[in-house]
Design a protein around this ligand. Structure first.
Ligand code: ZN
Length: 146
């Protein structure tokens, strides 16, 4: 039995307590009964930001926009990374057009931008897309390995 981890639900913002050894077993949210850890990135809205940027798993945010070619090229890489990092890191996409207030608050100057949060605090930031291998290396350098 490992220590439970606090993990926010991407659907309802409910904070779940999930045993560390159950992360790979498709844990369900105690409040809304949906899966807490998704095998795809979830869409982050600025109204949910405070609720989602908490808990025991790091949060990696991909800031993008519909008109941005490099952002679209990076999307499949980010989706692959989610599957590799399931239970290690949560991955979210932030549409900078639909969430301009939060994008401004985060100081986004160019997209795509990757921002890594741990315990609610930004610990690393990367401007521009990365190939999957380099993304993995960047995360490993921050203590997150697949
Ligand atoms: Zn939920």
């Amino acid at each position: 039995m490992t220590e439970p981890l606090l993990i926010p639900c991407p659907h309802c913002n409910g904070l779940n307590r999930i045993p560390g050894d159950r992360l790979g077993e498709h844990p369900k949210c105690g409040r809304c009964k949906n899966e807490v850890l998704l095998a795809r990135p979830f869409d982050l809205q600025q109204t949910d930001y405070a609720s989602q940027n908490k808990g025991d798993l790091p949060l990696l945010i991909d800031v993008w926009a519909e008109w941005c070619g490099p952002c679209k090229a990076f999307a499949p890489v980010f989706e692959q990374a989610v599957r590799q990092l399931l239970g290690k890191c949560r991955l979210a996409k932030l549409d900078s057009e639909a969430n301009q207030h939060l994008a401004g608050q985060l100081g986004i100057r160019s997209i795509p931008s990757l921002i890594l949060f741990k315990n609610g605090r930004e610990i690393a930031r990367q401007s521009g897309a990365l190939p999957l291998q380099q993304l993995g290396a960047w995360l490993r350098s921050q203590g997150i390995s697949a």
